[in-house]
Design a protein around this ligand. Structure first.
Ligand SMILES: *[C@@H]1O[C@H](CO)[C@@H](O)[C@H](O)[C@H]1NC(C)=O
Ligand SMILES: *[C@@H]1O[C@H](CO)[C@@H](O)[C@H](O)[C@H]1NC(C)=O
Ligand SMILES: *[C@@H]1O[C@H](CO)[C@@H](O)[C@H](O)[C@H]1NC(C)=O
Ligand SMILES: *[C@@H]1O[C@H](CO)[C@@H](O)[C@H](O)[C@H]1NC(C)=O
Ligand SMILES: *[C@@H]1O[C@H](CO)[C@@H](O)[C@H](O)[C@H]1NC(C)=O
Ligand SMILES: *[C@@H]1O[C@H](CO)[C@@H](O)[C@H](O)[C@H]1NC(C)=O
Ligand SMILES: *[C@@H]1O[C@H](CO)[C@@H](O)[C@H](O)[C@H]1NC(C)=O
Length: 280
């Protein structure tokens, strides 16, 4: 079985007898292997690994070479009777605690103690852009990275950003920029996750946004508006002329004149609209 020892050994501050207390972090569901850390064992009758509830997880008898696991551990414990290491599988949070290896015989010796902390993998951080501004020669972006209770505000300017780091308990949030990315890394002793923003994309998009004021899409919108406006004026003029022609009872000449002036107006309007649309 492959052991996934996602652990950090932080050496001992507490000295208990001849043995040190070693801090180990294990990701929930993973296995952990605990070694006795000594080459030279004292002569002993019994070697036992115990937890801080005073349960003997395994007991090894040096005469009979018999290994006896505790009932509540027997399905998920492996004891190596050559190296005397203990492997605990499928660790859960409530397995956190102190694990001690001890020999008994003429003298009782604590060989080693492990302070085991079972923790979940970190949640992914979230990198968000607060505000950005860019011209052809620079791109400035303010952004925030959040993860759990940690937060970093920073800004990307002149193609760089100042690296930052905040920690809380065992969690660390690190912010940095490479040439290509703004990277935010959330980590704990057993895992890390990151979020990143593509700088090229971020600054390019912003350039496009600025250019869009003169973009074809916007031009088209103005153009359509222009045509609609002219069309509206045309209709109004048409009805005005028609009404005028009906009032003229003198004869066809006047009517024809009105028609001619309407045609003229129509042409003028058309030309105006064409010029207008061309300008846009
Ligand atoms: C520890 O937690 C696991 C799952 O979370 C549960 O099945 C088990 O009964 C718990 N053990 C104790 C001693 O509380
Ligand atoms: C064992 O240690 C764990 C974690 O330090 C703690 O939560 C638990 O209460 C301890 N159990 C006993 C019986 O001391
Ligand atoms: C900044 O630029 C990005 C990418 O173009 C855009 O998604 C985001 O909405 C912009 N944010 C602000 C506040 O302008
Ligand atoms: C970024 O934030 C700083 C201070 O918080 C502010 O002075 C600056 O104008 C912001 N930049 C942009 C592009 O919004
Ligand atoms: C980060 O900026 C947000 C607003 O954008 C503000 O509410 C928060 O207090 C700032 N945090 C830090 C650590 O400066
Ligand atoms: C994130 O941080 C962890 C812990 O510091 C480190 O091991 C890992 O390599 C980092 N990941 C990246 C992409 O920098
Ligand atoms: C960043 O985005 C740009 C534009 O979409 C793309 O061409 C480039 O490959 C991306 N860079 C990386 C390192 O993914």
């Amino acid at each position: 079985m492959e052991l996934r020892l996602l652990l950090t050994l932080v050496l001992s501050t507490h000295i208990t007898g001849f043995s040190a207390e070693i801090s180990v972090f294990v990701q929930t569901g993973d296995s952990v292997q605990l070694d006795i850390q000594t080459q030279q064992l004292p002569e002993f009758d019994l070697l036992a690994w115990t937890n801080n509830k005073s349960e003997a997880i395994v007991r090894y008898n040096s005469d009979s070479k018999r290994v006896r696991p505790h009932d509540s551990y027997k399905d998920r414990v492996v004891f190596n009777d050559k190296t005397f290491s203990l492997t605990l599988k499928n660790m859960q949070k409530n397995d956190s605690g102190l694990y001690t290896a001890r020999t008994t015989g003429l003298i009782t010796t604590d060989l080693v103690s492990y302070r085991v902390s079972v923790i979940d993998s970190v949640k992914a951080p979230v990198l968000t852009v607060n505000s950005n501004w860019s011209s052809s020669d620079s791109c400035t972006v303010n952004f925030t990275c959040r993860a759990h209770e940690l937060m970093i505000n920073s800004s990307y300017q002149n193609n760089r950003c100042s690296p930052q780091e905040v920690t809380s308990h065992i969690n660390t949030l690190i912010l940095d920029c490479s040439k290509k990315y703004i990277i935010c890394n959330h980590s704990n002793p057993v895992s890390w996750k990151q979020d990143r923003i593509n700088i090229t994309q971020l600054c390019e998009d912003k350039d496009k946004n600025l250019k869009s004021i003169h973009s074809p899409t916007l031009g088209k919108a103005f153009g359509s508006l222009c045509i609609v406006l002219i069309f509206f004026i045309l209709i109004v003029l048409y009805f005005k002329c028609k009404k005028g022609s009906q009032e003229e009872v003198e004869g066809n000449t006047v009517y024809a004149q009105v028609e001619v002036s309407f045609k003229l107006l129509f042409i003028i309007s058309l030309q105006t609209s064409l010029i207008c649309c061309h300008v846009v």
